[in-house]
Design a protein around this ligand. Sequence first.
Ligand SMILES: [Fe+2]
Length: 398
Amino acid sequence: MKILRSLLIASAGFFFVLTLSVNAQQENNFKITCTPFLENIRTNSVAVFWEVNKNSTGWVEYGMTGNLGSVERTFKDGMADVGAGIRKVMLTGLKPGTKYFYRTVSCEIKTLEPYKVVFGDTLKSSIYAFETPAANQKEFSFLAFNDIHDAPQYIEEVIKKEKEFNFAVFDGDILTDLNDETDFTRKIFSPLSTYFAAEKPIFLIRGNHETRGAAARNLYKYFDTPDGKFYYTFTYGNTFFIMLDCGEDKPDNNKYYFGLAGYDKYRSEEAKWLEKAVKSPEFKKAKFKIACLHMPIKMNAGEDTEGGHGMYDCSKKFAPILNKAGIDLMLSGHTHKYEIIKPGKDTNRFPVIVGGAYYDAKNPLRVAYTRVNIVKNRISVELKNLNGEIVDRIEVKK
Ligand SMILES: [Fe+2]
């Protein structure tokens, strides 16, 4: 009996060790750690991102049918992109208003020596589809989210109710503290890819939280912007978007920035860029102009306070330019409480929508996201709760 018990214990131990070893082996296998997500779509281009856990090279296969047929990959200084972590390929030369199919392909590189390269496994993603906007498209819709703070789960429910939209804007503070770069995909981009972002593109701006922590210095790898800045513009159909970067909320000399912040100067440089952006032919030609800025420009932001300095500085530096140029709408967040700030004569001469957003399962009827519909001569803005019901709305007619 004793011998039998000893045998049973020994074999249980063996299988436990074997299971651990198999799990460790699987953990160590080459794999896709974030399925694809699309950013920054234009009439003729889109950025495709995905993530793998090991050193690899990769490319995107795409085409106008599920047979794909074209290949695009990233080269830098003549060398094909090789690395682990986030990967990015730009698809260019696309046709406006056209549906495309694509998949990502990743090929592990086990050895990369001057005269010897050893390839490992090749991993192909599922085939996804997306559609480029038509030039001067007069009708489209997008969703705006802000202050997700590492908890995008509610967006899965939103997407079940909002099947018809063209893209989504993320108005900052999607992450809270940026200590570890692997958090970016694990907490945000991987869920978003699963919900919708493999097929419907996203446009991102930073909030004040996206400046915090060592990994904040690597965030640029996850943003596709035309010139590598966190502020940029894009045109979608008949609408010109100005994506602004707010910087930190407190003064640069705040003790928690430890002498490492320089956002006053940064916002001044951004204002100079903004002055040029609103003089561009694309701005002048667009029927509607929408600005996105994490911190709302407010009438009462004339007061420079400890926690409100960023909002004050953004209002002081950006509002006069936007007022003079004439924009139709601003989408923002930051306060975690929805608000429609009406135009006034002192600071904002355009309506500012402050999204509610913050994840709170106990309060399902709060404003959780904003839906914007561009319909010929009007912008219809709907502030919605998790049930997809409209809590508040405004319209801008032209
Ligand atoms: Fe914020």
